[in-house]
Ligand binder design. Structure first.
Ligand code: CP3
Length: 356
C-alpha cells in the first residue's frame, strides 16, 4: 500500500465540532454570517509577544517545542480575534528527515548540502516523516488544547517551493539554478519532486490526524515559472497532494504567490480555497474560480498607512466582490515585520463589521 492510499474517511473531531465556524463555512462557500479573517505570518516578528518569545529561544527551538508552538500560534488569536489559527512552524523543517540540514542565519534559511547532481537526489534518505516530525504533531495537539474553539490550519510548502530551497540551498529572487537543474536533469527533477510529494502527503495527513481542521499549501516560488513549467513542475504534484487528502473532508487551501498566469489551471484543481496574492484583482480571481472560495488579498504594505486608510482600502476590497459567502479576508502575502499593530486591528475590525 502506498502512503497516499492510507487516507482514512473518518472526519477528525476538530473539524466536526468547528463545522459551523465562519472560517470553515466560508471555505465551503456557505458562509452567511460575518466574514472570517486571518493574516499570513500572523505569529511573526511584528507581534511583541512573538519577539519576547524569540528573546528566550531560537527559531528552530521554538518550532520544535510544542508548548512554545501553542503559545506562538494562540497569541495573535487572543490579541486580534482572528477567525483561523495557522500552526506555527516553517515549511522548511520537512527537508530535515530527507537528509538536509537546516539553519536560520541572518540572511535567511540555509539548506545543506544543496542538491547539485542526480546522484544527490538518489542519496535522499528513506525518511520516516510520521516519527521524525512528531514534534510538529505534538504542536498541533497542544494548540488544539489551548484554543479549541478556533479552526486550525496545518501547513506545508509545495513540492516545487521546497525543491527550490533543496537545490539552491537558500532563498533567491529568480532561482535560476533550480530551473537549470530541471532542464538538465528532467528524470532527477521528477524523482526529487516525487520524493518531496510523498513526504508532504504523510506530513499533512499526520497534521490532520493530530487535529488540524484544514491545511494550507504554500507555493511561494512557482510564480517564477512559465505556464507550461508550472503545469509540469508544480500543479501536477499539488494535485497529487490534494487528492491524497480528499477523504479527510477538511478544507484544502492553496496559496500561489503570483497566481494570475496560472489561474485557469488552478481553477481545475480539486481543492476548496485559493489564496490570491496582492498582484491580482480579487473580484477577477473570484470570477475565474467558480465553485471555490477565495482568500486574500490586501497588499501588506497598506498596513503601513494610518488605521482610517487601512479601513478604507479594506472596504474597497470587500465592496469590489460579487459574493462574500466564499470569502476569507487575508493579506496578499505575509505580514511584514515592522507592521504597526493598530493597522492589524483596523483590518480585522473592518472585515468583521462589514457584514454582521
Ligand atoms: O504564518 C504563520 O504565522 C505560521 C508560521 C510560518 C512561518 N513561515 C514562520 C516564520 C509559515 C506558514 C511560514 C511559511 C514559509 N516559510 C514560506 C511560505 C510563505 C511565504 O512567505 O511565501 C516560506 C517561503 C518560508 C521560508 C522562510 N522562513 C524564509 C524565507 C524565512 C526568512 C525570512 C523571514 O521572514 O525571516 C523564514 C523564517 C520564518 N518563518 C520566520 C517566521 C516567523 C522568522 C523567523 C524569526 O527570525 O523569528
Amino acid at each position: 500500500m502506498t502512503t497516499e492510499s492510507k487516507a482514512c474517511s473518518i472526519a477528525p473531531v476538530g473539524a466536526a465540532s468547528l463545522a459551523d465556524s465562519a472560517f470553515i463555512r466560508a471555505c465551503f462557500g456557505k458562509n452567511k454570517g460575518r466574514i472570517p479573517v486571518w493574516v499570513m505570518r500572523q505569529a511573526g516578528r511584528y507581534l511583541p509577544e512573538y519577539r519576547a518569545l524569540r528573546e528566550k529561544v531560537s527559531f528552530l527551538e521554538l518550532c520544535r517545542t510544542p508548548e512554545h508552538v501553542a503559545l506562538a500560534t494562540s497569541d495573535p488569536i487572543k490579541r486580534f480575534g482572528f477567525d483561523a489559527a495557522i500552526m506555527f512552524s516553517d515549511i522548511l523543517p520537512l527537508l530535515e528527515p530527507m537528509g538536509f540540514e537546516l539553519e536560520y542565519a541572518k540572511g535567511g534559511p540555509q539548506v545543506t548540502p544543496a542538491i547539485k547532481s542526480p546522484d544527490d537526489v538518489k542519496r535522499m534518505v528513506e525518511y520516516d516523516v510520521a516519527s521524525k516530525m512528531d514534534y510538529v504533531f505534538g504542536g498541533v495537539r497542544a494548540i488544539k488544547e489551548s484554543i479549541p474553539q478556533t479552526p486550525l490550519l496545518g501547513v506545508a510548502g509545495s513540492p516545487f517551493t521546497l525543491a527550490c530551497y533543496a537545490i539552491e540551498g537558500h532563498g533567491s529572487k529568480t532561482f535560476d539554478t533550480v530551473k537549470q537543474f530541471m532542464y538538465k536533469h528532467p528524470k532527477a527533477a521528477e524523482e526529487l519532486l516525487d520524493k518531496i510529494t510523498s513526504a508532504t502527503i504523510v506530513y499533512l495527513q499526520e497534521q490532520i490526524k493530530a487535529g488540524a481542521d484544514g491545511v494550507q499549501l504554500f507555493d511561494s516560488w512557482s510564480g517564477i515559472l512559465s505556464v507550461g513549467e508550472y503545469s509540469a513542475w508544480s500543479l501536477k504534484y499539488t494535485s497529487r497532494i490534494f487528492e491524497a487528502l480528499k477523504s479527510y473532508n477538511v478544507p484544502r487551501l492553496l496559496f500561489v504567490n503570483n497566481l494570475a498566469p496560472y489561474i485557469h489551471l488552478v481553477a481545475e484543481l480539486d481543492c476548496e480555497v485559493i489564496g490570491v496574492d496582492y498582484r491580482m484583482d480579487l473580484a477577477m480571481a473570484q470570477r475565474a474560480l467558480p465553485g471555490k472560495a477565495i482568500q486574500g488579498n490586501l497588499d501588506p504594505n497598506i498596513l503601513f498607512c494610518d488605521p482610517e486608510e487601512v479601513s478604507r482600502r479594506t472596504r474597497m476590497m470587500l465592496e469590489s466582490l460579487d459574493s462574500h459567502d466564499n470569502l476569507i479576508a487575508n493579506l496578499g502575502h505575509g505580514i511584514l515585520p515592522p507592521t504597526p499593530i493598530e493597522s492589524v486591528s483596523a483590518f480585522v475590525e473592518t472585515v468583521h463589521s462589514f457584514r454582521s
